[in-house]
Structure formats: C-alpha cells, structure tokens
Design a protein around this ligand. Structure first.
Ligand SMILES: Cc1ncc(COP(=O)(O)O)c(C=O)c1O
Length: 456
C-alpha cells in the first residue's frame, strides 16, 4: 500500500522563517510614500506596524528566528500534514504523483494564522492594544481575531460586503474569538462613507476594506494595522509551509517538478513556493505556477507598475501587477482572491519569468473542487480550487507529453464555511464573469501618472 500522509513531529516545526530576498538575483523596487512618491522608510510605516515587523519587511537576512511564544502557538496545529493525493491520482488515471500540503487544519481553517499569530505577538510586545484589519473571504479576519484573543488585543475587522453577506458563519467565528466585524464599505470611516455615498449598493472590495482599516489605525493612537497578505513580512511568515513540505517530500522520496499555489495577494503561494525557489535559483529544473481567477486577472492581464495598495490611496504605492486601485472585482466566491494588486515579490518573480501565472474561471475550479472532494474527502475552500484546476491542467499536459511528473500544491484552506458557493455551483447557478478589455482599461485609467517600475 502506498503511503498517504507524511507527518512531522512537533519538534520539526521550523524555528526560523526563510527570506527569499536573500537569494534572488534582483529585488523588487521599494514601496513609495502615497503622498510624496519617495521610498518609504521605517518612520513612515511606524504609525501602521510595530518596528519588529517593519524590520522584517526590509530585511535582507536569509533566516529570521521564530520567537518561542509564536512557535508554541503554531504547535497547536503545526506541522501540517503533507498528503499524497492517491484518490485524485486514481480518479484522473494519471501516473503523475500529486502531493498537497494541507493548511486547513489550523483553527481558522487556512494558512492565515501562520502570520496572524506572529503579527499579534509583535504588536503585543510593543504595547499595542488594538488591531484593525480588512478581510475578503473572512479567513484572514477570523485568523486575526483568533490570534488577537490569544495575545489579549482588541481587534476590528472590516469585511468586504460581498463576503459578509455570503459567509455569515465567518462573521460568527470572528465574534466567537472576541473581535468586532462590520461590513465594508462601512459608515465608520471617512473612506467607507465616501464610497457609500458614491455607490450606495457597493459590494465592496479588498482595496476599499484596506482603506478603512488603514484609516482606523492611522487615526487612533492605541491601534495598528494588520495585513493578511501582499507585504514581505506576511509572505515570510508563511514560509513554514514550504520548509515543512520540503522535509515531508524528502520522507516520500520525492522532489517536485511543479509547485502550484493560488494567488490573491500571494501569501499562501509564496509560503509554499519560496523555499523551493532557492532550489530553482540553484539550477534545479522546477516550474512554479501561480493560479488566479479569470474574474480578477491581476498577473495575467494586469499592468506591472506602481499602484496604491488600497482604493482611497492611503496605503503605500507598491511595485506590482495591478488592475488599478479603482477596480472592483465581480463578486466571485473566492473572496480571498478579489484583490486588484499582488505581492511585490510575487509580481517581480512573474516579471522576471521565474513564476508562471495562469487564470481560471470559477465554474471550472468548482468542478475540480468537487472532483477533489469526492476523491480525497476534504472540501476545498474556493480559493485553492484554482490551484487544483492548475494541477489537473498539469496532469493533462504530462499525459500529452508522455511523461510522469511530481506535482505539489497548497491546499491552503477548507471550504466548510463556503457551502453556499457549492450549493450555487451544484444548482447550476454559478456564473463565470467575462471581463471585457474595456472594463480593465477603465480601471487602469486610474494608474495614469503613477511611476513606472524602473527598468533593470
Ligand atoms: C483560503 C484562502 N486561500 C487563499 C487566499 C488568498 O490570499 P493569499 O494569496 O495571500 O494566500 C485567501 C485569502 O483570504 C484565503 O482565505
């Protein structure tokens, strides 16, 4: 019988994070101040983040130690299992070997607590009493609510209206762990009030919710801001995923030919892929694939340049693939993938050809999620169904080429709170949103006058 799960004992939880910046041939250009257009320094970020996280954001060190109190909390669910997808392999009739790292075993049901816990910890260490944040699917909001509860911080979550309505139990989780949650756009901030006035029925977007949370943090002395993706320190915290996966694949006697993750802001993808990127940079033949929604095609159809991280232009300008800070994605069920921008590190890797982006419609992703659920038991969150769709495409490609490959992907969350989306799919009511070029051009008009990414 082939081995199905590869498990590490608690003492194998990584004791350091891997900083890919130390191994890249070139780095993305720095963030710019939204007001002055000059590179931001630690002092500019200090109203929003504790200094420990700011230093991680700009660090060039290859390894950054994980504090013991953080590892102690991570030990509640880490190391997470690596599964061989024997059921899916059988179902697809493939001789490719498919492995997935399963992050759905965390309390919030996704990879997000890997960074919410250290973020809450460092804020508490620096005397911060309260955190404000946004959430798309509710995964990040619930993960931060959980972490804030552990470290005795108050927490306010601005939840994108579309998800607030689609995912009532995510709201309940946030409240259960002791945080406050409001739909975004909300009347609680100037940014939210402005949007509500202009677009009373707005379904919201991550860009809008970020503006609200940043404003909340910037206007209160007791509050800082926490982001669930995009920034370097968030991607860094997720690298426990890939470090464990490398060790577990070695237990299986396997090396991946293809590594796949879905991308919203880039953090679960980076967490799995970055530790393998070092192998690729060292000359190993390994392909790294980022799967995004066709309804929010940041990497495949976006512009690579500087843009604001949020709609109200309060967050720093980041060098990234972007659809424009005014872009409001259709209300697809993968709420966590509805972001107009992308992590600068991931954008840079796509721009320099080290990462291949692909885009898929939600219908084909849900079809694969259902096939996966029936073959493997776990019901995936809508976001990683994009990764599963990419896995199946890789299997088909290997079949056409007459080769056998080892494929690794991140099953970054379960979909147990996403059953309304599954119901819609099973009832044939899920629609694929075609994005006409004119719509993208309209949103991209907001990028006019913003600096290009310097060549080289
Ligand atoms: C389960 C899940 N996967 C993926 C994402 C996308 O974020 P990221 O690209 O940072 O992993 C989210 C974000 O909310 C999520 O909840």
């Amino acid at each position: 019988m082939s081995q199905r799960r590869f498990l590490l004992s608690e003492d194998r939880i990584p004791d350091r994070w891997y900083n890919v910046a130390a191994d890249l041939p070139s780095l993305p250009p720095p963030p710019l101040h939204p007001g002055t257009g000059q590179p931001v320094g630690p002092d500019d970020l200090a109203p929003l983040f504790p200094m420990a996280l700011i230093l991680q954001e700009v660090s060039g060190e290859r390894w950054i130690p994980i504090p013991d109190p953080v590892r102690e909390v991570l030990s509640m669910w880490r190391p997470t299992p690596l599964h061989r997808a024997l059921g899916l392999e059988r179902e697809l009739g493939t001789r490719c070997r498919i492995f997935y790292k399963y992050e759905g075993v965390s309390p919030a049901g996704s990879h997000k607590p890997n960074t919410s816990v250290p973020q809450a910890f460092y804020n508490r260490e620096e005397g911060v009493a309260r955190l404000a944040t946004e959430t798309g699917a509710g995964q990040w909001g619930s993960a931060l609510a959980y972490a804030c509860g552990l470290f005795g911080l108050e927490c306010k979550v601005y939840m994108v209206r579309a998800s607030y309505d689609q995912k009532p139990y995510r709201r309940s989780m946030i409240r259960t762990w002791g945080a406050e949650v409001v739909p975004s756009p909300s009347p609680d901030t100037a940014a939210g009030r402005g949007i509500l006035e202009a677009t009373p029925g707005s379904t919201g977007s991550l860009g809008i919710a970020i503006s609200e949370a940043v404003e909340d943090a910037a206007t209160r002395d007791d509050t800082k801001y926490a982001l669930g993706s995009v920034l370097n320190h968030v991607l860094l915290h997720q690298t426990v995923v890939g470090q464990e996966a490398r060790e577990q694949l070695a237990m299986a006697g396997a090396e991946p030919d293809v590594v796949i993750g879905c991308v919203g802001g880039g953090s679960n993808f980076a967490g799995l892929a970055f530790p393998f990127l070092a192998d690729k940079a060292a000359g190993r033949d390994i392909r790294i694939v980022a799967a995004e929604p066709a309804a929010c095609p940041t990497l495949t159809r976006g512009h690579y340049g500087y843009d604001f991280g949020d709609t109200a232009k309060m967050a720093p300008l980041l060098a990234m693939h972007t659809l424009g800070h005014d872009f409001v994605p259709p209300a697809i069920h993968s709420g966590g993938l509805r972001y107009h921008g992308m992590a600068p590190l991931v954008s840079h890797l796509v721009h320099t050809g080290l990462v291949e982006p692909r885009a898929y419609h939600q219908g084909e992703c849900f079809a694969e999620a259902i096939r996966f659920a029936r073959a493997e038991g776990i019901i995936p969150a809508p976001e990683p169904s994009h990764a599963i769709r990419a896995v199946v495409e890789e299997v088909e490609r290997a079949r056409e080429e007459g080769v056998e490959r080892t494929i690794l992907f991140n099953l970054c969350g379960h979909g147990n709170f996403d059953m309304a989306a599954y119901d819609a799919f099973l009832a044939g009511e899920l629609i694929d949103h075609e994005l006409p070029q004119e719509e993208l051009d309209r949103a991209a008009a907001g990028l006019e006058g913003l600096p290009p990414v310097p060549a080289g």
